[in-house]
Design a protein around this ligand. Structure first.
Ligand code: GLA
Length: 383
């Protein structure tokens, strides 16, 4: 990730709090190549870090106050005594960094003096690129850095995830925080969401004459609107009916076909086939067959649309238009109901984006926004 974000964040710190920060930390957003709605089913995911992210310029304090300001949310800094940071004490964007401070303290780490955090971001919000995880992870690294806490990245990811689930109240899985903290440049991260085991899988679309393009469809979603939680509980019910602790342990589609409820049958079938697709993608990438991943993306979209039923009209139109215009594969990405699609296209991809834009225009929808998804490095200290 580029160093260019450090200067503006330092200046923003000066505007908010005066002087120079003790340090500057940055954490990226993520795209997910494959493995959707598998993380909270204890399965496998294959995300990669983006070149866009959240930067936090920060200093230690000695008055016990946590002060946070965001360049994307103008107004006076949010200030509260560190000792009183508890779920419900803060809402809105500041709940994410405050939640991380709370999770660190709850895990027994001392942050007694407080901290000043100046947040800056170049990640679009609500586009399904994990801007909240990036904010949490940049904050976690900053607080750990300021207080000399020597915490393994996996533990930081878990604490950031706790902040989101137990403090902010969004029932997400562990994928986004893991991707932000653990990804390596030029690689996707294969994560076993049960064991926490990881492997770096080479991901070099450009080397294969291809590109991964994100299509921000403009439709906005929130994981807190109940539909994501509903999918989680459907998966839990299906696993229980199949006598398994989680759908990770169900591998037989024949067993799934025996479920009486057709909805649960479809949900379980998606999770089981999606876990298989993660494995297929890893085998293809490890064998240098980037183009072969296209078919896996196409199959994933059909499964997310028809079995898991989390796609949305703009994503379906983008995926179909991409395929018709020569993409090797495309699929909706993330939790669903809004956000971005991901397309694997020939490096000269203008025909694909033009075709998608034309289909949006035909329906009177605002034009989508395209972004090259370059597999980038995970979170780091910039200064
Ligand atoms: C959101 C959640 C992730 C994951 C995806 C779906 O991005 O934050 O934990 O569940 O949806 O794969």
């Amino acid at each position: 990730m580029s160093d260019a974000a450090a200067g503006p964040a330092e200046r923003w710190f000066g505007d908010c709090f005066g002087g120079q920060p003790d340090g500057v930390w940055r954490a990226p957003g993520r795209a997910n190549l494959i493995g959707e709605h598998t993380d909270y089913n204890q399965g496998w995911v294959l995300p990669f870090a983006l070149d866009l992210g959240v930067t936090v310029a920060a200093s230690r304090r000695d008055d016990g106050v946590l002060a946070i300001c965001s360049r994307q949310a103008p107004g006076a800094p949010v200030e509260l005594p560190m000792a009183s940071v508890a779920p419900g004490a803060v809402t809105g964007w500041a709940a994410y960094p405050a939640g991380v401070a709370w999770a660190l303290r709850k895990a027994g780490h001392r942050l007694a003096g407080g901290a000043s955090l100046a947040v800056d971001s170049d990640l679009p919000q609500g586009a399904g690129l994990s801007s909240s995880a990036a904010l949490e992870c940049a904050t976690a690294l900053a607080l750990a850095g300021l207080y000399g806490l020597d915490l393994p990245r996996r533990e930081l990811a878990t604490l950031a995830w706790r902040a989101e689930n137990d403090f902010v109240g969004v029932p997400s899985g562990i994928m986004d925080q893991s991707a932000s903290l653990l990804c390596k440049a030029g690689h996707a991260l294969l994560l076993d969401c049960r064991t926490g085991e990881t492997a770096d899988v080479p991901l070099d679309p450009a080397g294969a004459g291809l590109a991964l393009v994100l299509v921000d469809t403009g439709a906005r979603h929130t994981l807190g609107d109940g539909r994501y939680a509903e999918r989680r509980s459907e998966c839990e019910r299906a696993a229980a009916l199949l006598g398994a602790g989680s759908l990770r342990d169900v591998t037989s589609l024949a067993a799934v076909a025996g479920l009486a409820d057709p909805v649960l049958r479809r949900r379980a079938r998606h999770v089981i086939t999606e876990n298989r697709r993660v494995n297929e993608a890893v085998v293809l990438l490890s064998g240098g067959d980037m183009a072969g991943v296209g078919a896996v993306l196409r199959a994933s979209h059909v499964s997310l649309r028809d079995d898991f039923e989390v796609s949305w009209p703009e994503a379906d139109v983008a995926v179909d238009a991409a395929a018709a215009a020569g993409a090797l594969g495309a699929r909706m990405m993330g939790g669903g109901f809004g956000g971005s699609a991901l397309a694997l296209v020939p490096a000269e991809q203008r025909t694909v984006s033009a075709a998608i834009t034309a289909e949006f225009a035909r329906r009177g929808w605002p034009p989508p926004v395209f972004l090259q998804a370059v597999p980038s490095a995970g979170a780091l200290r910039l200064r």
